[in-house]
Design a protein around this ligand. Structure first.
Ligand code: FAD
Length: 396
């Protein structure tokens, strides 16, 4: 372990790594200015054109190995892509799930499943954007999910309900966490859960009913009612009963990806706030001359740079195959807090105009607020660090 750690000590990338990718993403994003996102936000609509542009340019399949039609780049490349999208004022929320859910299929799926799904995902023909974990009555306590899959011959028959399943209307496939062995028949509560890959094209109207949730942010999120849905056993990822471990495995990538987006958002807010503070003249001078306006922006910048270092460390450890749960959690917490503080500083700097939709500040402010709760709430990260890193007594 220490030799492996030594070997990455000099390998944490600094500065603008992947400059060509950054430049290319910036160019793509210029076609999707604030008006584009405001119009979608007003209608609660999905950014089809933006997702298509990213897919056509190959950026949503960077993590898929070349053998399956992707470009086989490390997680850091995905981080850079998502950070730049958010730094440009765009949002990857409509398509980022593909990057981390696909990892579960890649690491734990059979060769037959990878051949069946990955090339289509890489080409954009198949969208794997939906990830059904959260349920209305269990919330953060994932091992207590109640959606049940019972095996009948070569199928599972699934019954239950999911909530907050983002992008379900725009996804061909959904990674679904279900209980295959009742909770009272397992020794540990983490056992007896399995991951199924549901083909939404067949499932909708045949046991799967999707309903939109009107929410504070345009995240195309839904609730899903599952009533005697048949899913082929051939679509189970990995072994029956080990699904919780597979989902946990994927969480480090998910947290690093969320953290990278938050860094991009923070950069956007700091830039916007700085520009506005330099231009807006009140009392005969730019408001940015006042330290009361400067300091929150400067502090947000410092927090962003510090959080970014943590994101880079977590990503490097992930790439080296080292355990990085603690680092990924800390990166997610620090980056989303930096983004939130930057959002607050930016909104306050804009005064009343911060509330006007045309400045995009209020929309982005709403978007970064969500990150304190999803994909994992801040308290759950703190509880994890308290227990696993510091050895404090278990709180739940
Ligand atoms: C816009 C959006 C998109 C989402 N997309 C998806 C998706 O695609 N797929 C999916 O599966 N889920 C998705 N989610 C769900 C998200 O992951 C959950 O909302 C989140 O995990 C928290 O669960 P909960 O809402 O049930 O909160 P709860 O678990 O009910 O918690 C409520 C509050 O209590 C706190 N709390 C709970 N237990 C403890 C404890 N033991 N100690 C301290 N504090 C505690 C939490 O931190 C939280 O602040 C999405 C949510 C949102 C808002």
């Amino acid at each position: 372990m220490s030799a492996a750690l030594d070997s990455i000590t000099h390998a944490v990338p600094l500065g603008e790594d992947y400059p060509e990718i950054r430049e290319s993403i910036r160019r793509i994003c210029t076609d999707f200015p604030g008006e584009y996102w405001r119009e979608l936000d007003a209608r609660g609509a999905y950014p089809e054109a933006f997702v298509k542009a990213l897919t056509d340019a190959g950026y949503l399949s960077v993590l898929i190995p070349e053998a399956y039609g992707g470009s086989g780049l490390p997680l850091r490349a995905a981080s850079v892509i998502l950070e730049e999208i958010h730094a440009a004022g765009c949002s990857a929320g409509a398509c980022h799930a593909q990057m981390y859910t696909m990892g579960t299929l890649l690491r734990h799926g059979s060769e037959e499943q990878k051949q069946r799904f990955l090339p289509g995902i890489a080409s954009g023909e198949l969208r794997l954007q939906a990830f059904g974990i959260t349920e209305p009555t269990t919330g953060s306590d994932t091992t207590q999910i109640k959606t049940r899959a019972e095996r009948v011959g070569d199928h599972y028959v699934v019954n239950g309900q999911k909530v907050w399943t983002s992008r379900a209307f725009y996804s061909d496939l959904m990674m679904l966490l279900v209980r295959t062995t009742p909770a009272d028949q397992v020794q540990r509560k983490t056992e007896g859960l399995s991951v199924l890959l549901v083909d939404m094209r067949e499932a909708r109207g045949n046991g799967l009913d999707i309903r939109p949730i009107k929410a504070m942010v345009n995240h195309n999120t839904t609730e899903i009612f599952i009533d005697n849905l048949k899913v082929p056993v051939a679509n189970r990822i990995g072994d029956e009963g080990k699904g919780f471990r597979y989902i946990l495995d994927g969480m480090n990538a998910e947290r690093i990806i969320a953290a990278s987006e938050a860094i991009g958002d923070a950069r956007w807010f700091v830039r916007k706030a700085t520009e506005y503070a330099s231009e807006r003249v009140v009392f005969g001078r730019p408001i940015g001359k006042n330290q009361g306006v400067q300091f929150p922006i400067a502090r947000a910048h410092i927090e962003t740079v510090a959080a970014e270092m943590m994101v880079r460390k977590a990503t490097t450890m992930f790439a080296a195959g080292l355990p990085c749960g603690e680092d990924a959690n800390m990166a997610k917490l620090l980056a989303t807090e930096a983004a939130w503080h930057a959002a607050e500083a930016c909104l306050q700097t804009h005064g009343g105009f911060g509330f006007a939709a045309e400045y995009d500040v209020e929309r982005k402010w709403r978007e970064v607020r969500v990150m304190q709760v999803a994909p994992v709430s801040t308290n759950l990260i703190l509880a994890n660090i308290a227990e696993h890193t510091l050895g404090l007594p278990r709180s739940y």
